[in-house]
Design a protein around this ligand. Structure first.
Ligand code: SAM
Length: 233
């Protein structure tokens, strides 16, 4: 299993020839309760983590979002923990899973299956470790799921995936197609610039810390949204 997450670097990409991402995370990140969500423990970056050692010189490398806490995922996980029936015995896709916080919450609340979709292969190692630390199992895929057909699940949970206009367009298209196929959609978001408010229905609000706020203890107010089917609107 660990070998799956080994990351190979070509000789011109840095001093390391092979990085065991699992080992790196365990040795350099801190396992601690998620800010605003003490029920879930996550390997979290700190100033001494040296995350740049995991990056290649490839400009296309995604930033290590998986190593931090985001308001959208935290509040969606909070909503699930407070309304466990939403996910109990249901098959879940955690879209843009990052640390895996949302899918882990769903699994803790009785989801029958959770697939975490995340294009950052380093995140796949973090999701596996975070799931293990919370006593649950989560399947992972690094396929660009947004390019495919609606997945074979009951609910798609999407925490904080509207942070860029380009991604937001693709995500909304995918979620709309999935909704038409009968899949429920729940989105957690603190109001990022590209959140498509007009397409969504707000169902709950929570105050949770956002990335960068954790040292000040400030909380962001964010929402849980559904994506109604066109016929429901
Ligand atoms: C801001 S983070 C949020 C992570 C997590 N959901 C949370 O709320 O803590 C967004 C994540 O979406 C991932 N992502 C971006 N494009 C994606 C795609 N096409 N498929 C799957 N994940 C993607 C990024 O790599 C990043 O880890």
């Amino acid at each position: 299993m660990r070998g799956l997450h080994r990351r190979e670097r070509s000789p011109n990409r840095g001093a390391l020839s092979l990085v065991d991402v699992h080992t790196f995370i365990v040795e350099n990140l801190q396992l601690k309760p998620a800010p605003g969500l003490p029920e879930i423990q996550l390997y979290t970056a700190h100033p001494g983590s040296g995350l740049s050692r995991l990056r290649s010189s490839d400009e296309e490398d995604p930033p290590p979002y998986w190593a931090y806490n985001w308001a959208g995922g935290t509040l969606l996980a909070r909503h699930i923990l407070e309304h466990q029936d939403i996910v109990r015995n249901r098959r879940i896709l955690d879209l843009g899973a990052g640390s895996g916080i949302v899918g882990i919450a769903a699994r803790k609340c009785g989801a029958s299956r959770v697939i975490a979709a995340e294009i950052d292969t380093n995140a796949l190692a973090a999701i596996a470790l975070n799931a293990e630390a919370n006593g649950v199992t989560v399947e992972v895929t690094s396929a660009d799921i947004l390019a495919g057909d609606p997945p074979d699940v009951d609910i798609i949970l999407a925490g904080d995936v509207f942070y860029s206009a380009q991604l937001a367009r693709r995500v909304l298209q995918f979620l709309t197609a999935s909704r038409k196929a009968g899949i429920e959609v729940l989105i957690g978001d603190p109001g990022r610039r590209s959140l498509p408010h007009a397409a969504l229905e707000l169902i709950a609000e929570y105050a949770v810390p956002d990335f960068g706020d954790t040292s000040t203890g400030q909380a962001a107010i964010g929402g849980v949204f559904t994506l109604p089917r066109p016929a429901d609107r």
